[in-house]
Ligand binder design. Sequence first.
Ligand code: MLT
Length: 411
Amino acid sequence: MARINDNYLKLKAGYLFPEIGRRVREFTTANPDAKVIRLGIGDVTRPLAPAVLKAFHDAVDDLGTTDHFAGYGPEQGYDWLINAIIEKSYKPLGVSLRTSEMFISDGSKCDCANILDIFALDNVVAIGDPVYPVYNDTNVMIGRTGEADEKGYYQGVVYMPCTEGNDFVPELPEKKVDIIYLCSPNNPTGTVATKEQLKAWVDYANANGAIILFDAAYEAFITTPGIPHSIYEIEGAKTCAIEFRSFSKTAGFTGVRCGLVVVPEELMGTTETGEKYSLNKLWNRRTTTKFNGASYPVQKAAAAVYSDEGWKQTKEIIDYYMDNARIIREGLSQAGITCFGGVDSPYIWLKTPGGLSSWDFFDKLLNECHVVGTPGSGFGPSGEGYFRLSAFGHKENVIEAVERIKQKWGK
Ligand code: MLT
């Protein structure tokens, strides 16, 4: 009989969001009349921007014509999309990138997982706590860790607590690490790292030969001037960082699927015998072997985000969600609940009222307010006692959810 990958058996629980889905299904089956408002998983609710939708339709029509039919595209993505992103999204930040440094994909979740292919298993990985569960679980799956302890920390991983005490930005580890996951704006805490904080990480990585995996999936939601949108705004980052971006939240592509990875030409790792080797070359080799490119209509739709009309319409949708974030943040604060995030990010990270555990608050919120959120402990042990609400709902639902919470917990 074929042997399985035993590493999967080390995983403590099912993936967080399906587990939440299961509990909500159980509740709605038992309470079919309850109007449940879902502010759990960060899934968008606004339709695609009209200019994006039109480009998507037009591209599908292309596929029905002999002249414009598109078969296999470049595995790395079409130049017209890559160049549009570089011009519109990186150049204004003062970041210049070559076309060969960007790889278009079918989403950032896969990229964050797939990138592990190009690194040796004996690298020491540093992960925030709480954290987007994909970083942790994919390292377990690939076999980089031992078993989890009773708290949920896996042997071999360096966990970096992100707490109120450090403004939810991890501190430099005492132990030397090789791969560092950073996410700003942060999922789940909704907080952001400043230029100075990121500079300290870039300096650490360059001094220690470490690589930063920088997840910027939520950069489009930054509203505070001066907060970096890209790790490459920090001097020295091109020799130590890979950046991930996503169209999922930025342009409503959670169902459409498109993301990107930037791997600078300057970025090097070392071979077993200590010679330098280009990570861009390795990622290109991996991409051309294991991926045939994001689909043509999806890339056309993504490119339309950077048209004048598409850009303006997309920005309006982001503003809509950020207004939801404000409503949640202000409403909950009025109810005496301590909130973080929600200013430069669509997530609000709140302290559970009355010192409830994260899952107890989840159950109470679901059962008594019919509102779904995400328990902070699902993102890691340091998330215990916290809870995440997403601002991606319909505005009327967000307003109603906040009212229900205020009625239950307001003073
Ligand atoms: C979340 O809710 O954390 C995200 O939607 C998950 C994801 O982007 O995969």
